[in-house]
Design a protein around this ligand. Sequence first.
Ligand code: HEC
Length: 218
Amino acid sequence: MTESHNLPSRTEDAGGAFGPVASAVSLVLMACAAQGLLGCRGQQSEQTPIVPIRNMHAQPRYSGQSVSEFFEDGRELRPPVAGTVATTHEVDDLVLTGEGPNGWVSEIPTKVVARNSGLTALAERGETRFNIYCAPCHGYAGDGAGSVNRKAKVGAFAAPSLQDERIRHIPDGQLYATIANGIRSMPGQGHTLKVDDRWAVVAYVRALQLQQHLVAQD
Ligand code: HEC
């Protein structure tokens, strides 16, 4: 028998009369602490929060609509540098407006056709856009028989047939600009149709006109 063998083991000690009481007390204390911490949630405070590991929690920053003491114009929200364009912005004015130095472009710019995998693909895309954004007024066949025209009985303000002899002969650029900006009582669709989609609608309107014209000639 060794001496250590006669000493009461740690387990026996902890398992004595105070063991369960101590465990219960510490449980209650932990519950109180948790309650105390959770109880703080949702309460507003003017104090800076205590963040033990700061990482990048607090950094100097600018907010929109706030006053800056650093910049001369006093604005925190900085205006973009002059000449800045969004990466999605069309930089070719001719493609963007449908108008060149010599007036309306007569045909859909070739670069638009090329970047949309050809005229057929462009017109197919245009068909989906036309049926959403033009057909309600101009009709699915572009003949002016749209549901708005039929139901609203708009008379003088009715959307015309796109088969109209004059409209069949306006340059592609002018048709594009009509879609983008609207004309007289027609609202512009530039906010809903992106540049290439407007050209796509031009391609589809041309296809419709060609088809209906051929049908009419038959
Ligand atoms: C809310 C109804 C409405 C929608 C949607 C609409 N149009 Fe029109 N559109 C009109 C009306 C009305 C006119 C006649 C404007 C006038 O002469 O006062 C018109 C005129 C036109 C003209 C003739 C312009 C000219 O030179 O006289 C074209 C081309 C045209 N629309 C194409 C389109 C295309 C393409 C779309 C779809 C992107 C479209 N429109 C969407 C109502 C509409």
